[in-house]
Design a protein around this ligand. Structure first.
Ligand SMILES: C[S@@+](CC[C@H](N)C(=O)[O-])C[C@H]1O[C@@H](n2cnc3c(N)ncnc32)[C@H](O)[C@@H]1O
Length: 370
């Protein structure tokens, strides 16, 4: 067993691997393009609200009524109005709101074009535009619970949209390759027969990069998710003999008897825990003395997910941590770091660096050690 690289050396190496995987895509325009994508989606949401409820003034409840929103989704128009107010797209009139500039038909065509240009500039496949436009068209039926966000995200079981969002774009390539690089270091320095637990592994967008990096030294990789759908998918996709597939809902706690693990992975999923600090504490308890937690997490609330994420969250257990009583889905970068620290975990890698253009896309890779 060789000594593992220090935190700064791990970061430099992971960043290099990430940049190499992102290819020669021009990243300098990412902050501007990410902003344009966000604003295009928000303008289209404003148009959807205007089409259902008129230009206003209306309260969030009145917008929910105008859409005929199902009980569990009634909170979502209020969530949208908060985002619209933040961006000056609605103005307050007492406790009600009015669209600042009711959208015209020709503006909407321009919004759709802008959305697609920003998507292309960020290197996402066209499937992302198709998905966003579909969710925007379906806003009334989504709100009435006549169609589910899951069925739009995985139409007929197809994972192309999820692949576009979590794998098939320069930023995800950066994150997944940087994650794999940190794991390669762990594999080189760690014990023989590594034991790995992945939470909320889903379509395996990150696992697909981690598994080859772990091959040869890994005794067991527990690929877990809330949903058996993803486990079936992964069984067909990943041939590695050390994989075990299990249904595991981390919202209800982690089984203490299964540890210790040399690596716990949670990519784009830990925010689903009703109490993030509690989850991180449970993960810390499951780690071997030299174990690592690898997180990929969103650290801002991007407007571009306003037409899907709220619908996926409706009906889930209420947030009991610092997000309690708010409509926030994610923790900020500082809050993630504090929560890791509070769980007795030391942050070794935190990428991309906040001055990098890639930082504009709100997701980060965090590697922490016991
Ligand atoms: C955005 S996807 C990310 C998937 C995956 N990590 C990847 O990179 O492809 C979130 C995943 O978390 C899973 N999930 C959500 N809440 C969960 C929970 N409480 N316990 C386990 N998995 C959960 C979902 O089923 C979904 O597969």
């Amino acid at each position: 067993m060789t000594a593992e690289a220090t935190g700064p050396a791990l970061s430099v190496s992971a960043h290099r691997a990430g940049r190499a995987a992102a290819g020669d895509h021009d990243l300098s325009a990412f902050p501007d393009l990410a902003r344009r994508l966000d604003l295009a989606v928000l303008r289209a949401v404003a148009a959807g609200v205007g089409a259902a409820a008129g230009p206003g003034p209306w309260t969030a409840d009145e917008v929910a009524d105008a859409f005929g929103a199902a009980e569990r989704h009634r909170w979502i128009p209020g969530h949208w109005i908060a985002a619209l107010a933040d961006e000056g797209m609605v103005t307050a009139e007492g406790s009600a709101f009015r669209l600042a500039a009711p959208p015209r038909r020709r503006d909407l065509a321009a919004v759709r074009r802008d959305l697609d240009r920003a998507r292309a500039g960020l290197g996402f496949p066209p499937a992302l535009t198709a998905f966003l436009l579909r969710t925007l068209r379906e806003l009334p039926r989504l709100l009435r619970d006549e169609v589910s966000a899951q069925s739009l995200l995985f139409p007929g079981g197809d994972t192309a949209v999820a692949e576009a969002v979590y794998r098939d774009n320069p930023f995800s390539r950066y994150l997944n390759a940087a994650a794999a690089d940190t794991v390669r270091h762990l594999r080189a320095a760690g014990p023989d027969g590594l034991r790995v637990l992945e939470l909320g592994a889903g379509i395996g967008a990150t696992s697909a990069d981690l598994l080859p990096a772990l091959d040869g030294r890994t005794a067991e990789y527990r690929f877990t998710d809330l949903s058996p759908f993803f486990l079936d998918l992964a069984r067909g996709r990943f041939p590695h003999p050390f994989l075990r597939f299990e249904v595991l809902d981390f919202a209800t706690g982690l089984p203490e008897t299964t540890g210790p693990f040399d690596l716990v992975v949670a990519a784009n999923t830990a925010h689903n825990a009703p109490h993030v600090p509690r989850l991180l504490g449970q993960v810390a308890d499951l780690l071997a003395p030299d174990g690592r937690l690898l997180l990929i997490e969103t650290c801002r609330e991007p407007h571009q997910s306003l037409t899907s994420m709220p619908f996926l969250l409706s009906g889930r257990a209420a947030r009991q941590d610092l997000r309690a009583g708010t409509e926030r889905t994610y923790l900020t970068r500082r809050e993630w770091r504090e929560a890791l620290h509070g769980a007795g975990l030391r942050v070794l890698v935190d990428l991309p660096h906040p001055t990098e253009p890639l930082d504009a896309l709100s997701q980060r890779l965090l590697l922490a050690a016991r």
